[in-house]
Every structure is written in structure tokens, then in C-alpha cells.
Ligand binder design. Structure first.
Ligand code: BTN
Length: 272
């Protein structure tokens, strides 16, 4: 598997090439951490760090994130926004929409989204995680800067995994060049992030709900391994909060520090 070549990538980005500045590394601690350091030193919006290996890749909720050059695409994108941090609510959901659009543009099928920001592959009644998103935010006199970290499985990860995981090779795609995948993702992210800058998440909410794995279905929320809430999932609101119809009425869930699953399942059972 070859390292991403920024020249080959530029050719695939066409008119959008000028909006991205891509650096490909053999190894780093975490592309999010590396890009955060570059952002603090003044790197422009559109800077991308892609790495074949991370020594300390980070996932959500303090988890680590494993990746390998043979089977994954691991990168972070710096995007600056004007305005107030509250205007960024729903950003991670918007990024999920961009990822699904990109993979579908390459021919992938069966993709769906799990709140707040996992991309899943549906196989029959079961679901497996295809990609994870970790967004980190900071603000300074130049405005708000977001580090959008994405880990995508190109082929199914091997080993003892805590949750079902899949690769895009199982989503109906043949052998695929990582340059094509990264170019498609950056292209679709540019579209989604431009729209988000103007209308916020509201402009992407309907599409997110069409892709939502458990829209209008009975679900459970887990925190610390236990069911904390149960009800019918009505989707999300304009801020990206989860809407749950429970026995006490309509509840809005803001914290992503919970795990959403279909009713009647336990953690890890047929679902990430
Ligand atoms: C999750 O827990 O689902 C989010 C995983 C995000 C992993 C990506 S890989 C590229 C970027 N660098 C990191 O250290 N994490 C993110």
C-alpha cells in the first residue's frame, strides 16, 4: 500500500485542489494532535494531515483508535469557521452526511448513520462500524478552528475488537485506490461544510434523518454499560440533539457520551 501522494490527490480534486493543502506522513502520534499543533502555529483552513500509522490514535470517549496502512484511511482536516461556538452544534452529524455522500459517490451501498457520528454498514439485521469521526474545537482571535479527524476502514479490521466493524470492501466496492477515497471525501466535505457555514446543521438535518439507522424505531441509550433511557427515536433537531420520545415525554439528548442501540440489544451484540 503506497503512502498518499499529494500530487496524485491534487489531480483528483480538480477545481477544489486549491482549497486543500495535504501533507502525508508515514507515522505520527495522532493526526488530530499533529494538526492541532499546526493550527496553533497558523496553518490555514483546508490543511489536511494524513498518516499511514498513528502511535496514539484517539477515538471518542477517551478510547484509542487503531489503524493500519493496509486496511484504513486515517486523516484530519482543519476547517475554520466565523461566529460563535454554539453555531457549530451538529457539525459532527454534518460530517457524517459528507462521509456517506462520498462513499456512495464511489458506489458503496448499505451505509447509514448512528448518532452522534458513526458511519455504519447494515448487513441484514446487523450493523458494523465503518468509520469514526472525532472533532476537536478551539477558538482564538482568528475565529473557531475545528480539527475533523476521520478513521475509515477500507477492509474489515482484524483482531479482537470490542464492537462489530466492517470495511468499505464489504459495501459493494471492488479494490479501491486510497487517493480516490480521500479525494471523494474531501470533495463532499467541502460541499457539506460550505452549506453548514451558511445554514448550520438545519440545512442537512433531513438528509441525516434519511440515513439514520434507527429513525422512528425503538431504541435504548447506554451509559457506563447500562440502559439509561429507552423510547422511540424521532431523529434529531436543528442543533443535532437526539430526540427521544420516552415515558416522560419528548427528551432532547445533547451529550454524545452515551451509546445508542436498537431496543432489545446489549452492547456489542450485532451493533457497534
Ligand atoms: C470514534 O471513536 O469513533 C472516533 C474515531 C476517530 C479516529 C480518527 S483517526 C484520524 C484522527 N486522529 C485521531 O487520533 N483520531 C481521529
Amino acid at each position: 500500500m503506497t503512502l498518499i501522494d499529494p500530487v496524485l490527490l491534487k489531480a483528483r480534486l480538480g477545481d477544489l485542489a486549491g482549497r486543500f493543502d495535504v501533507d502525508a506522513l508515514d507515522v505520527c502520534d495522532s493526526t488530530n494532535s499533529e494538526l492541532m499543533r499546526r493550527a496553533e502555529a497558523g496553518a490555514p483552513s483546508g490543511t489536511v494531515v494524513v498518516a499511514d500509522r498513528q502511535r496514539a490514535g484517539r477515538g471518542r470517549r477517551g478510547r484509542s483508535w487503531l489503524s493500519s496502512p493496509e486496511s484504513s484511511l486515517t486523516f484530519s482536516l482543519l476547517w475554520r469557521f466565523a461566529g460563535h461556538p454554539a453555531s457549530l452544534s451538529g457539525l459532527s452529524l454534518a460530517v457524517g452526511v459528507g462521509l456517506v455522500r462520498a462513499m456512495e459517490s464511489l458506489g458503496a451501498q448499505g451505509l447509514c448513520l448512528k448518532w452522534p457520528n458513526d458511519v455504519l454498514l447494515r448487513t441484514g439485521q446487523d450493523f458494523a462500524k465503518l468509520a469514526g469521526i472525532l472533532i476537536e474545537l478551539s477558538s482564538d482571535r482568528r475565529g473557531m478552528q475545528t480539527i475533523i479527524g476521520i478513521g475509515l476502514n477500507l477492509s474489515p479490521p482484524v483482531g479482537d475488537l470490542p464492537q462489530p466493524a466492517a470495511g468499505v470492501s464489504q459495501a459493494g466496492l471492488g479494490p479501491i485506490d486510497r487517493h480516490d477515497v480521500l479525494a471523494a471525501i474531501l470533495t463532499h466535505l467541502a460541499g457539506v461544510l460550505d452549506r453548514f457555514s451558511v445554514r448550520g446543521f438545519a440545512g442537512l438535518k433531513d438528509e441525516w434523518q434519511r440515513l439514520h439507522a434507527w429513525q422512528d424505531q425503538a431504541v435504548q441509550l447506554f451509559g457506563e454499560g447500562e440502559v439509561t433511557k429507552a423510547g422511540r427515536c424521532l431523529g434529531v433537531d436543528d442543533d443535532g440533539a437526539l430526540l427521544l420520545e420516552t415515558e416522560i415525554g419528548l427528551e432532547r439528548i445533547f451529550s454524545g457520551d452515551v451509546s445508542l442501540r436498537p431496543a432489545g440489544t446489549t452492547i456489542g451484540e450485532g451493533c457497534p
